[in-house]
Design a protein around this ligand. Sequence first.
Ligand code: GUN
Ligand code: ZN
Length: 447
Amino acid sequence: MSAQSKQQGGERIRAFRASILHFVDDPDDLGEGAHQYFEDGLLVLRDGRVAELGEAGALLARLPPDAAMIDYTGKLILPGFIDTHIHYPQTDIIASYGEQLLEWLERYTFPTERRFADPLHARAVADFFLEELLRNGTTTALVFATVHKESVDAIFEAAAARGMCLLAGKVMMDRNCPDFLRDTAESSYDDSKALIEKWHHRGRLRYAVTPRFAPTSTERQLELAGKLLDEHPDVYLQSHVAENKGEVAWVAELYPWSRSYLDVYDRFGLLRQRAVYAHCIHLDERDRERMAGTGTAMSFCPTSNLFLGSGLFDLSGARDKKVRVGIGTDVGGGTSFSMFRTLDEAYKVLQLSGQKLSAFKAFYLATLGSARALYLDGEIGNFAPGKEGDFVVLDPGATPLLARRMENTATVAERLFVLMMLADDRSVYATHIMGQPAYIRPAAPIA
Ligand code: GUN
Ligand code: ZN
């Protein structure tokens, strides 16, 4: 019986054979014990969720005869990548020349976000954006929409159509921005509340209250963002903090009573579990302690921090205080949808301040670490039994250089490091959502 006909007959078990790697903990805490690697592994899913993981030799004999077998021998399976900070409306301005944050927002970002008042435009960009995530092996993201509530409908409808676990929210922005993108404190509260009721926990979707950053919100708007969180305790919050020195100075002028930029958010109850702040570069020790103490997460966005000239994220400073850290592309301030390109630049950012990022730690950050930052590690992030079966299938020899360099490796750690430095979307052979293929790399055309 073919896999196709079993599916039509209500197939329940699918088994994927490949080399398989995942993390059960942070390599900084558990060393070698933090990952499991099966050279000839089998990942068994039942109804899209992980049933078993182990050596193929041991597990194959126990498979029921009607299980569907998918043979990815020679490939490497990892849990789907998780992007903890990205803006879907900025897809069309990725790679825009010459500015740092505040001028970049005025010159490129705000004009392109204006177009998302049109639901057809929003849906077309949302579809492209999600295909791009999947082409890069990213199966979950925490996503900024725009100030328009239609832009949130578009991204959630597109994610639901693909069965993706996705978090998103309407930007709240009631000052210091063009009129055409401005809401009011009250309208942003009402619109966000309606969107929470419509989308939060619909299937695999989650809502994130989204004040853009302190400079574009009045105190009343930040207060109402806190009220939304109090009224819906398992809803998320996403924003930006301490990205750029000019931005930090502006926040000090706008909120003269604040001890620090982060303190502004603290004052309005916006530091808590399920709150995720992008960048977190220009912070001090007290800020990091406060983030750790409240369960607030940082999103490390290296390609953006280099591209916009923002500064160097301090991973060991975050670790010393035990702050949750995830990884983010921050497209379109970031310059790639690829988690490989992002980890590559994370490595280089840390090199510039004398810190090291091992390949194990890097791929932990892109999977279980980001799931923990999002408080989604009960559902995604690794292949523990019962987790949702989102994964990426990598082709370790996708380019001539990768194939050649892989020949010259001796350990899994080395092979992962080579992927982290040299791979990109060409290395993504397939991406699966709840076990089902959501992207398959097109075959090379026959000459
Ligand atoms: N701060 C406020 N808005 C933005 C944005 O869209 N991108 C980045 N990188 N930083 C921001
Ligand atoms: Zn951002």
